[in-house]
Design a protein around this ligand. Structure first.
Ligand code: C5P
Length: 406
C-alpha cells in the first residue's frame, strides 16, 4: 500500500539501535508518510531532537509537562492525529512499562492513552530479549493486540550474537505499510467495518470423556481462534466464541460459550446461528468414546480396557451445508505436516467451506506457540503468508473477512 498521506506517530526509545530510527523517518517521509516523533529521555541519549526534526520536517516531542506543547497540541491529541503508533527501537524497558501499564513520561502516557493500533520493533541485547521477563511482557502485549516486527539475529553492538538486533528500516516500513493496509482496508480504522454483523468462531480443543476423570483430547491452545474472535470484535462484529477447554482468558468484548465435548460444541454452534461469517478454528476431536463409564475405570491385573470409539459430527461440514442458515462466508482450518496445499484444498472441497487456512504444524514451536505459518486457500487458489504472530494472522484474516462480508 502507498504510504502517501498516512500518519505515523513514531516513539523512539533508548538503545544503540535508535540511530536506525533516523533512517526509518527518512524512508517514511520519502514515501509521503507524515511522521510525528516522540523521543524518550533515554532515546535522546542516542539521537537528537534536531536530527529527527530535520528529517521529519515536524516538531519533535519529548516532554510530558510542556506548557507550550499542551498549548499547541495536547499530548493525547498526538496519537489521535495518527493512523498508527510505532515504537522503534522498543527497548526492554519501554516494553516492560507498556506491559505493566506505566505512564511516567510522554511516550508511555501516549501508549496507554491511545486507541490506535500499536506496532513495536524490539531491539536489545540477546540475553535481555531472551529473558523470561521480556518474553512474558511480549506475550502480554501480543495478547493485547500489539503488533511486532521481530528482532533480527546477528552480531550486536555489545559484541554478542543472537536475536535482538533491530529489524532493518525497510522491513519496518514494509510492516507499517502492511498494517496500515489492513487498518485502512477495513474502512479507515479497525472499528466499524463489521458493525452489525454476527461472527461465530470455534476455538480450542474438545475433551471427550472416557470416565469421570479421564478424557481424549489434543494439544490445541485456542490462541489462534481466540485471537480471531478478538480481531473480528475489533472490527465491530458481534462475536460468539464457542470455546473448548483452554487455559487462556476469554477475549474482551466477545460472547464466550464454554463447552467440553464436540457434541456440546455443535449444540452451541447451532444455538448461535445464524451468523454472517463462521470461522472454525477448533481442533475438534474426531472420535468420542461410545459408552461413557459411570465410574472411574479401575486398573486390574487383566488386560487394559479397550475403548470403542464413534465418530464425532463434523461441525465445519454441518455449518457449510447449503441452506438459508449457512453463513455467507465459512472459514475452516487444516493443520497439516506435509503436502499442505493438496491436503487442504481437498479438505475445502470435502467440507464445503469457502476458505481454508492451512497451517503448517510441521515446524517447531508452531502448535501451542505464539506464531503461525499459514496459507489461505480459496476458490481462486492459494496465498502463502509469512510466519507471523497469531494475533497478526488474526488481524489479517479479519481484514479479509471484513472485505468479503461487510
Ligand atoms: O478434518 P480436520 O479435523 O482436519 O478438519 C479441520 C477443520 O474442520 C477445522 O476447521 C476444524 O475446526 C473443523 N472440524 C470440525 N468438526 C470436526 C472436525 C473438524 O468443525 N469434528
Amino acid at each position: 500500500m502507498s504510504l502517501d498521506g498516512k500518519r505515523v506517530l513514531l516513539i523512539i526509545a533508548g538503545g544503540i539501535a535508535a540511530y536506525k530510527a533516523l533512517e526509518l523517518v527518512r524512508l517514511l517521509t520519502k514515501e509521503g508518510c507524515g511522521v510525528s516523533c516522540v523521543l524518550t529521555k533515554a532515546g535522546a541519549q542516542f539521537v537528537t531532537p534536531l536530527s529527527l526534526q530535520a528529517l521529519s520536517g515536524a516538531k519533535v516531542y519529548t516532554d510530558l509537562f510542556s506548557l507550550t506543547d499542551e498549548n499547541e497540541m495536547g499530548h493525547i491529541e498526538l496519537s489521535r492525529a495518527a493512523d498508527l503508533v510505532v515504537v522503534v527501537p522498543a527497548s526492554a524497558d519501554i516494553l516492560a512499562k507498556m506491559a505493566a501499564g506505566l505512564a511516567d513520561d510522554l511516550a508511555t502516557t501516549l501508549l496507554l492513552a491511545t486507541d490506535k493500533p500499536v506496532l513495536v520493533a524490539p531491539a536489545m541485547n540477546v540475553r535481555m530479549w531472551q529473558h523470561a521477563a521480556t518474553q512474558a511482557n511480549m506475550a502480554t502485549l501480543n495478547k493485547r493486540g500489539v503488533l511486532v516486527v521481530p528482532p533480527d539475529e546477528g552480531p550486536m553492538a555489545c559484541g554478542e550474537f543472537g536475536p535482538g538486533r533491530l529489524a532493518e528500516p525497510p522491513a519496518i516500513v514494509a510492516a507499517i505499510a502492511q498494517t496500515l493496509a489492513q487498518i485502512l482496508g477495513a474502512g479507515g480504522s479497525l472499528n466499524g467495518a463489521l458493525a452489525g454483523k454476527h461472527a461465530l468462531v470455534t476455538s480450542g480443543p474438545t475433551h471427550e470423556p472416557i470416565d469421570p476423570v479421564r478424557y481424549l483430547g489434543n494439544r490445541s491452545s485456542g490462541k489462534q481462534g481466540h485471537a480471531i474472535a478478538a480481531a473480528l470484535a475489533a472490527y465491530g462484529a458481534r462475536v460468539t466464541l464457542v470455546s473448548g477447554p483452554v487455559s487462556i482468558p476469554d477475549p474482551a468484548g466477545v460472547n464466550v460459550v464454554h463447552v467440553e465435548t464436540a457434541l456440546e460444541m455443535l449444540a452451541a454452534v447451532r444455538e448461535a446461528l445464524p451468523a454472517d461469517v463462521a470461522v472454525c478454528a477448533a481442533a475438534v476431536a474426531d472420535w468420542r468414546v461410545e459408552t461413557l463409564a459411570a465410574h472411574k475405570i479401575k486398573k486390574t491385573n487383566d488386560a487394559p480396557p479397550s475403548l470403542t470409539l464413534t465418530e464425532n459430527p463434523d461441525i465445519l461440514r454441518i455449518i457449510s451445508t447449503p441452506g438459508p442458515r449457512r453463513p455467507k462466508l465459512v472459514v475452516g482450518f487444516a493443520a497439516e505436516t506435509e503436502n499442505l496445499y493438496t491436503h487442504a484444498a481437498a479438505k475445502r472441497e470435502r467440507k464445503g467451506c469457502d476458505w481454508i487456512i492451512a497451517n503448517n504444524v510441521g515446524g517447531t514451536g508452531i502448535m501451542g506457540g505464539d506464531s503461525n505459518e499459514v496459507t489461505l486457500i480459496n476458490a481462486a487458489g492459494e496465498e502463502i503468508w509469512p510466519v507471523m504472530g497469531k494475533h497478526e494472522v488474526a488481524v489479517k484474516l479479519a481484514a479479509l473477512i471484513a472485505q468479503e462480508v461487510a
